[in-house]
Design a protein around this ligand. Structure first.
Ligand code: SF4
Length: 288
């Protein structure tokens, strides 16, 4: 692990960097002493930076350490953008998928995206920016009307309200059918494929009826399903699916024409997934 000698007076500075294979995790210390994580994933076609938007998170997903640490505060536009400037690598894609729910920090998120896209700044291509969200409906509707053309990923993780309330307690007030309708409306208005992230949790959301509901919603739509493998983070009470369970659920969806890919979690070997790095240095968390 590298430790940084950054100036203590900087509003955001590198506290530590953990490197393992193709995943680098930066722990940033903010001016008020709080810590956040930024993850850099290196692939053959370029590096993806996974940025945080809040310190802690109010959504409390059962599989995520952020939920257990609770919400502390929103990041400012500057704190969001600085996460990119301080990375020691060239970045090809930006994903708002780190600590926090980006659409719960809506105004600062949108301002940060405008700064990142600014031609007199780093001029980051809009196509390379993805917002990953649990889908608060009012904010999704606002995002639909923005002239941004960013990519959208919805962390759905369930096919009925009861299961979603269990998996994502902070979204109890949002009707799952409205979340899906708003996501599809975004895809239609911006004429682009959206991603539905679905973390497969054995015994919870992997029933044949779950597969059937996903088919009902998304068959023939401009949607890609990302089946996510759970990244075990201690006593979450949730178990990891076997390779066979992942493959079987994928097959159930593909049989009806859905586009599906399996995404494996990264960074296990540096014990830094899901908020573990930031949690080691201060209060924070990170999405699965
Ligand atoms: S997965 Fe994302 S939305 Fe859920 S608690 Fe973690 S950071 Fe918050």
């Amino acid at each position: 692990m590298q430790k940084s000698n950054s100036d203590e007076k900087q509003p955001i500075r590198i506290k530590a960097i953990c490197k393992a294979d193709d995943t680098h995790k930066y722990c940033y210390k903010l001016i008020d002493g709080k810590c956040i994580e930024t993850v850099l994933i290196k692939r053959k076609d370029g590096a993806t930076a996974c940025l945080s938007t809040q310190v802690g998170c109010p959504v409390r997903c059962i599989f995520c350490k952020s939920g257990r640490n609770g919400f502390i505060r929103n990041l400012s536009p500057s704190e969001i953008v600085q996460q990119i400037y301080l990375l020691q690598e060239k970045v090809s894609r930006i994903v708002f998928m780190g600590i926090g729910e980006p659409l719960f920090n809506y105004e600062n998120l949108i301002e940060a995206i405008h700064i990142l896209r600014d031609r007199s700044g780093i001029d980051f291509p809009t196509d390379g920016i993805t917002v990953s969200t649990v889908g608060p409906v009012d904010q999704l509707k606002k995002l639909r009307e923005e002239h941004l053309k960013i990519q959208l990923t919805i962390s759905l993780h369930a096919t009925n309200q009861h299961d979603r309330n269990t998996i994502i307690p902070g979204m109890r007030r949002c009707d799952i059918f409205e979340v899906v309708a708003s996501a599809l409306s975004y895809a239609q208005r911006h004429n682009r494929k959206i991603v539905i992230a679905y973390l497969l949790l054995p015994g919870i959301n992997d029933k044949p009826s779950d597969a059937q509901q996903l088919v009902n919603w998304f068959r023939g739509k401009n949607v890609m399903i990302n089946l996510l493998e759970y990244n075990q983070t201690g006593n979450s009470g949730v178990t990891k699916p076997s390779k066979q369970e992942m493959a079987e659920f994928k097959h159930r969806l593909e049989k009806f024409g859905l586009e599906v890919r399996i995404r494996e979690s990264r960074g296990k070997s540096i014990n830094a997934a899901c908020g573990q790095l930031a949690a080691k240095y201060g209060k924070a968390g990170h999405r699965q």
